[in-house]
Design a protein around this ligand. Structure first.
Ligand code: PLP
Length: 395
């Protein structure tokens, strides 16, 4: 049975409490809090005022596919054709399409934990078997070559790497990516690498995001990329994502999409086209990035100052993944991270997401995609909440 997305459930509950008039300070959001770039809103408004809104072509409007191909060609340093791009209703949809058309029953998909909540359920939707491979805080939550080698079998169809990853923000530097590529080529030469690049423009602190295509030159025909406008352009509600894959995979995913959703919403495609092609959008993306950089430093320092929390400085995305295990278990108030997160939300009105949702019990994910003052007040409230708890257990 499919599970409800726990991140969406936590956000929904926080919103529900807010709607009841409660002053929730919410660190559970998985989306930027900004308005999209002005050119995006202008383009979609003009379109709606001047045209009827018809179905879009199933794989995406040609102009948008070409714009995405041009952007990816520039970024990945290789020629990319329209046929290698599928436009879907968000990167979530791109990924679900991919697994449904490529997996056969029993095919295995390696998913490093902590993982984004939807990967495993999407793999199951495609009749595949998620193979969860834990990563360690000491390794910066990055999948290591020996752990990958041990997880690969003859049935492995995909390895998923979030670069950077939700919920930990861990990114893959070129050296480690190359080592993982070598393991894949040696141990499971028929396996494919799926890189989820949805947060690639949101990296900080000197971390340099690298293109998997450019880094793994020997296996380029086994790389699939998921990307989109949701996070970097603050366009989550528009629901536009991209799959960059060999043309036969795109064609198969497009056939499936044609029967399930048809093409993504026409106004949203117009909006995404503006995001990718209007030069003024770059400045807006840079401004959002600057705000995230500032907030990341502020919240990271604030959390590191609180008793009994351990947090690794993330390379990217807009989350901090906090080890709270010293506040859990015998001698503390909470049995586990779910009890802790529930108490924080219901009693202290601080929204977080428990690590169990990401395959990492004992942790909380805090998103800093919120206004500066909410982050400041939220940290203060979190500090007060922790001060009222029994002292944290020894590390
Ligand atoms: C790691 C990761 N991949 C993909 C997505 C999906 O993004 P979209 O809004 O484009 O469906 C998300 C959104 O939360 C995410 O965190």
């Amino acid at each position: 049975m499919l599970s409800e997305s726990p991140t969406l459930a936590m956000s929904a509950r926080a919103k529900e409490l807010k709607a009841q008039g409660k002053a929730v300070l919410d660190f559970s959001a998985g989306e930027p809090d900004f308005r999209p770039p002005a050119a995006v809103t202008a383009a979609v408004t003009e379109y709606l005022q001047t045209r009827p809104v018809h179905y879009a072509p199933v794989p995406g409007m040609p102009a948008l596919r070409d714009a995405a191909a041009a952007e990816f060609a520039r970024y990945h340093g290789r020629a990319i054709t329209r046929g290698e791009i599928l436009v879907s209703c968000g990167a979530k949809h791109s990924l679900a399409n991919l697994f449904m058309v490529t997996l056969s029953p029993g095919d295995e998909v390696v998913i490093p934990a902590p993982y984004w909540v939807s990967y495993a359920d999407m793999v199951r939707l495609g009749d595949g078997v998620p193979v969860i491979v834990p990563t360690r805080r000491e390794d910066g939550w990055r999948l290591q070559p020996d752990a990958l080698a041990a997880a690969l079998t003859e049935r492995t169809r995909f390895i998923i790497l979030g670069n950077p990853t939700n919920p930990t923000g861990a990114g893959y530097p070129a050296g480690l990516l190359r080592q993982l590529g070598e393991v894949m080529a040696r141990v499971a030469p028929r396996c494919w690498l799926l890189v989820d690049d949805i947060y690639r423009r949101l990296v900080y602190g000197g971390f340099e995001h690298v293109s998997a295509f450019a880094t793994l030159a020997d296996v380029t025909d086994q790389i699939v990329i998921a990307d989109g406008v949701s996070k970097s352009y603050s366009m989550t509600g528009y629901r536009i994502g991209f799959l960059l894959a060999p043309a036969n995979v795109v064609a198969a995913a497009s056939r499936l999409q044609g029967h399930v959703t048809s093409g993504a919403a026409t106004p949203s495609q117009i909006a995404a086209l503006a995001a990718l092609t209007d030069p003024s959008c770059e400045a807006a993306v840079r401004d959002m990035h600057a705000a995230f950089t500032r907030r990341r430093e502020f919240v990271l320092a604030g959390l590191q100052a609180l008793p009994g929390l351990d947090v690794v400085a993330p390379d990217g995305a807009f989350y901090l993944f906090c080890d709270v295990s010293r506040h859990l278990g015998p001698g503390t108030q909470f049995a586990d991270d779910i009890a802790f997160a529930t108490w924080l939300l219901e009693q202290k009105l601080v929204g977080t997401v428990p690590g169990t949702a990401f395959g990492a019990p004992g942790h909380l994910r805090l998103s800093y995609a919120a206004a500066d003052e909410s982050l400041r007040d939220g940290l203060q409230r979190l500090g007060e909440a922790l001060a009222g708890l029994p002292p944290p257990r020894d590390a």
